[in-house]
Design a binder for this molecule. Structure first.
Ligand SMILES: [Zn+2]
Length: 508
C-alpha cells in the first residue's frame, strides 16, 4: 500500500518512539524542554485523534485473582548467583533518596580476586550519587577504592578464592536528576532503573564486561549495560505524602508497616517508576497479573494495553515458554522512547496519546516489542552494547509475528511502515558505537535485523526457524548469549547454507 502523508508522519513518530532507547538527552545538567515542545510537528500525525474522554477518577479494576500457579520453566537455575539487598528510602517530592545496599557475590571463576569491579550507573549524572560508606559484609570499612567514571575498583580485605563468597555494603544518597528517561525525574514521574551499584559479569580471558554508554548528538544510542541473572530483595519506604503516590515495580509488593517489600529472583535488574499521577488497570491471564499505570488522558489506552499485552504473553508463551513471573508491569513513560526492564516495560506517553483504538497504531506495534524483551533481554541475556541485534532484531521481528497471529491483514502494512519505508542500510551485527548515531543504529540493528530474520525464515522454512528460536531461548535462558549461540541453535535445526545471507547482513 502507498504511504499516505498521515502514515508517513506516523512513521516519523514511530522512528522516534519505536526504539528501546532513543531520542533522549542523557546529560542531566541539560534538562529537556517540556514534552509538548519535544513532540515537534513532524512527529505528530496530521490528524490527531480526539482527546480521550475524561473518565472519573480511576481505581484499579481487578478481575478475580486466579488461583493458577505459574508453570515456570524447567531450566536449571544458575547456582551461587549474585544477590542484591536494596533498602531504599525515597522522598518523591524532593527527589532525594538514601539507599543501603548489600551485594553478595560468589567467585564462580577459576581466578582468585583481590579486588572487584563495580559499575555505578548513576555516576553518569554529575552529583547524583554520593557514597556515604563502604564496608564488607561484617561491617569492616573498605578504603582505597578507585573510581573511573562509572567503574569502581574495590579492594577486598582478603583474597577471594574460587568458590568463595563475599559481601559489599554500600550506603549512599541519590539526588535524582531532572532527566526524562529511565533514571531521573520528569514533571509527572520518577524513574529508578540502573539506580544502584552492580557487579558486572566476569568472563575468563576477557575480564569484567563493562562498556561505556554511547552518546551521539546528545542522544543516547542503545543500552550499554551487561548484567547477569541475579536475585533481588528490595524495600521501599516513601517519606512524604505516600498516600498520594503509586509505585510501579518489577515485582508485586508486600506492604508491612508502611514499607513495601519486593522479592524478584532470576532477574537482571530491579526497577521502579513512581508517580502521584497514575491511573491503573489490571487483568489476570493464566495466573499472570498484567498491570498498567498511565496518565489521566490515556485511561482508555491503559486498558487496551493490558489486552494487547495478554495477547503478546500468550503468543510468546507458545513460541518459547510461559512468562515466568507473577506480574507484568506496563508504565506510561513521561518521555519519548520505550524501554524494557525485568518484569516491567515503559512505553512512551506519546504512544498512548495517539492510540486510535485500532490495531493500526503504535501501541499495537510497540507493546509486543517491549514484552518480547522479557524473553530476549531478561531471560536470555546478551551483550547489549556489542551485540544488540540479539535482543533488538528479535524484538522487532516479534512485532510482525504478533501481527501475523492476531492481525494478518496488517502484516504488509507493518513491513511497509516499520521497515521498507526507511530503506534501511547497515550490518545487523553493528554495535551501539556505530557511526551515524541512533538512526544508523536503528536501521542496521532493528530494521535490517527484522529483514534478516525474515530471510532466514524463508530460507530454512517455518518449522526449522521456530524450532531454532525456541532452542536458542531454552539453551540460553539465564545466560549471556552470543552470535555463536544463536547460529549454533539454527544449525541444530537446518543444514542450509547461511553464507550468502550472512555476507549480505553481517560484518565478518
Ligand atoms: Zn527493543
Amino acid at each position: 500500500m502507498k504511504n499516505s502523508p498521515v502514515l508517513i508522519l506516523m512513521l516519523s513518530a514511530m522512528l522516534l518512539l519505536g526504539a528501546c532507547a532513543s531520542g533522549t538527552n542523557s546529560n542531566p545538567t541539560n534538562t529537556l524542554p517540556a514534552p509538548q515542545v519535544l513532540v515537534s510537528a513532524d512527529t505528530q500525525p496530521a490528524t490527531q485523534p480526539a482527546p480521550t474522554e475524561t473518565i472519573p477518577a480511576a481505581t484499579v479494576t481487578q478481575s478475580t485473582p486466579s488461583t493458577q500457579t505459574n508453570p515456570g520453566i524447567a531450566i536449571p537455575e544458575p547456582e551461587n548467583r549474585t544477590h542484591y539487598q536494596l533498602n531504599l528510602i525515597l522522598n518523591y517530592y524532593t527527589q532525594y533518596a538514601v539507599v543501603d545496599e548489600t551485594i553478595t557475590w560468589t567467585n564462580r571463576s577459576s581466578q582468585t580476586f583481590t579486588e572487584l569491579a563495580v559499575v555505578v550507573p548513576p555516576k553518569y549524572y554529575p552529583g547524583s550519587f554520593s557514597l556515604r560508606s563502604l564496608t564488607d559484609g561484617s561491617g569492616s570499612p573498605i578504603s582505597g577504592w578507585q573510581e573511573d567514571g562509572v567503574r569502581f575498583t574495590i579492594p577486598l580485605l582478603a583474597p577471594l578464592a574460587p568458590g568463595e563468597t563475599t559481601s559489599l555494603k554500600f550506603s549512599y544518597q541519590l539526588n535524582l536528576p531532572a532527566h526524562e528517561g529511565t533514571y531521573g525525574v520528569s514533571g509527572r514521574q520518577t524513574n529508578l532503573t540502573h539506580w544502584y551499584p552492580y557487579i558486572p559479569p566476569y568472563e575468563e580471558g576477557k575480564g569484567w564486561i563493562i562498556h561505556p554508554q554511547q552518546l551521539e548528538n546528545a542522544m543516547l544510542v542503545g543500552e550499554y549495560m551487561v548484567t547477569e541473572t541475579s536475585d533481588f530483595d528490595v524495600s521501599l519506604q516513601l517519606t512524604d505524602r505516600q498516600e498520594l503516590i503509586e509505585v510501579a515495580a518489577s515485582a508485586p509488593a508486600e506492604e508491612k508497616n508502611g514499607v513495601r517489600h519486593y522479592h524478584l529472583e532470576l532477574a537482571r535488574g530491579f526497577s521502579f517508576s513512581v508517580s502521584d499521577s497514575y491511573f491503573e488497570h489490571e487483568i489476570v491471564q493464566d495466573g499472570v497479573r498484567i498491570h498498567s499505570y498511565v496518565f489521566m488522558e490515556s485511561q482508555e489506552a491503559g486498558k487496551a494495553v493490558t489486552e494487547i499485552a495478554a495477547q503478546a504473553l500468550k503468543l510468546f508463551g507458545e513460541l518459547y515458554y510461559p512468562y515466568p513471573r507473577e506480574m507484568l508491569t506496563i508504565v506510561a513513560a513521561d518521555f519519548l522512547h520505550n524501554m524494557e526492564m525485568d518484569g516491567m516495560v515503559m512505553i512512551s506517553y506519546g504512544v498512548f496519546d495517539f492510540y486510535n483504538k485500532t490495531p493500526k497504531t503504535n501501541l499495537t506495534i510497540l507493546t509486543p516489542h517491549e514484552i518480547s524483551h522479557q524473553w530476549f533481554y531478561s531471560m536470555v541475556g546478551n551483550d547489549q552494547a556489542l551485540e544488540p541485534w540479539l535482543d533488538e532484531a528479535l524484538a522487532t521481528y516479534h512485532e510482525v509475528l504478533f501481527y501475523q497471529r492476531y492481525h494478518p491483514d496488517l502484516v504488509q502494512w507493518w513491513w511497509n511502515n516499520r521497515v521498507d519505508g526507511f530503506a534501511p542500510k547497515g550490518y545487523v551485527n553493528s554495535d551501539i558505537y556505530i557511526s551515524g548515531g541512533y538512526p544508523a543504529y536503528r536501521d542496521a540493528v532493528y530494521l535490517r535485523g527484522a529483514e534478516f530474520l525474515q530471510q532466514l525464515r524463508d530460507l530454512i522454512g517455518d518449522e526449522a526457524f521456530f524450532a531454532a528460536l525456541k532452542d536458542y531461548a531454552l539453551t540460553n535462558t539465564y545466560q549471556i548469549a552470543s552470535r555463536e549461540d544463536f547460529f549454533a541453535a539454527v544449525a541444530r535445526h537446518s543444514q542450509a547454507d547461511l553464507n550468502p545471507l550472512l555476507s549480505k547482513y553481517f560484518r565478518n
